[in-house]
Design a protein around this ligand. Structure first.
Ligand code: ATR
Length: 290
């Protein structure tokens, strides 16, 4: 990918998180900018939790136009930013900050990114009974997307039950049922589950989900893993081998990123073309690791 030269007029965007070294967002936004001919750079800002408030004040002071916010700062950004979109306020987390004429606007594009990644598959995913695994920060936007798209019931399974209960209580408007991540508790529910979403960090390092007896799901079941590196997690590989429909996490990454890019620049980047570039890049780095 040819890197555009930086001039005095180049707009600066970035991602604030800890860690950010593994993030695909700089590559993705560079590809978006190149595709639509936008004069910008998108840089990683590694920011410790204790320094987040200082960074939030300093970024617009430096003329940075906008940033994505990632782990562990999304909830803190929600608490600190005054102007929130209804989605960011409802989800309780901010993943996109836009600095405009002295104002700090907090958006959340994760929920829409997730929904669009499922829409891309052409599968009929709305209005089903869902099982969400994991009750950390990443689960918030998924619950919002499922709740607002009419899920009939959402089973929320987490290793630490208290976290699932707290998250369910944060969304009283949605039919969320917390439970422990326990095979005996999950198995009797699976025959009615049309959509499974893993939001936990299981799968990042090659771990599977032994609690989930995939054979019990309906044949029309959809399995989604928001982990995108590796693209095919053990959960997705197991589901694929059983003929279930699977959705990897790259689509959500791309759609949330494209939505941030549109908010900042007004330009619509080509999601499918950039997805291909990221797939090639992930494949080459995964080959390099072995
Ligand atoms: P994020 O903001 O990315 O969601 P997080 O808030 O640290 O990160 O949450 C990670 C989620 O993955 C949690 O639901 C966590 O379960 P606990 O609440 O019990 O900690 C889940 N998780 C992480 N490692 C896991 C593992 N090995 N098995 C099952 N769940 C795991």
């Amino acid at each position: 990918m040819a890197k555009p030269p930086i001039t005095g007029k180049t707009a600066v965007y970035g991602i604030v998180g800890d860690p950010v070294a593994h993030s695909l967002s700089p590559l993705m936004h560079a590809a978006f900018a190149e595709a639509v001919g936008e004069d910008l750079v998108y840089v990683p800002f590694p920011v410790r939790e204790a320094h987040f408030a200082a960074a939030l004040a300093g970024l617009p002071a430096l003329g940075v136009r906008g940033v994505n916010v990632t782990v562990p700062h999304k909830e803190r950004a929600h608490a600190l930013v005054q102007e929130l979109t209804p989605e960011a306020a409802g989800i309780g987390a901010v993943n996109t900050l836009h600095f405009v004429e002295g104002r700090v606007l907090g958006h959340n594009t994760d929920a829409a990114g997730f929904s669009l990644s499922l829409d891309d598959t052409g599968l009929d995913w709305r209005g089903r009974t869902a099982l969400v695994i994991g009750a950390g920060g990443a689960a918030r936007a998924i619950l919002w997307a499922l709740g607002t798209s009419g899920a009939t019931a959402i089973h929320l399974a987490n290793r630490t039950l208290a976290r699932a209960e707290a998250l369910a209580a944060a969304f009283p408007q949605f039919p969320i049922h917390p439970l422990p991540l326990d095979r005996d508790r999950l198995t009797p529910l699976l025959h009615e589950v049309g959509l499974v979403v893993n939001t936990s960090s299981r799968g990042l390092h090659g771990e599977g989900h032994p609690e989930l007896e995939l054979a019990r799901l309906p044949k029309t079941g959809i399995i989604c893993d928001i982990v995108y590196n590796p693209i095919s997690t053990p959960l997705l590989a197991a589901a694929n081998s059983m003929g279930l429909r699977t959705v990897d996490g790259l689509g959500m990454l791309l759609h949330q990123g494209a939505a941030s890019f549109r908010l900042w620049t007004g330009q619509h980047p080509p999601v499918a073309a950039v997805k291909e570039k990221l797939e090639q890049w992930l494949a080459s780095t995964q080959t390099a690791k072995h």
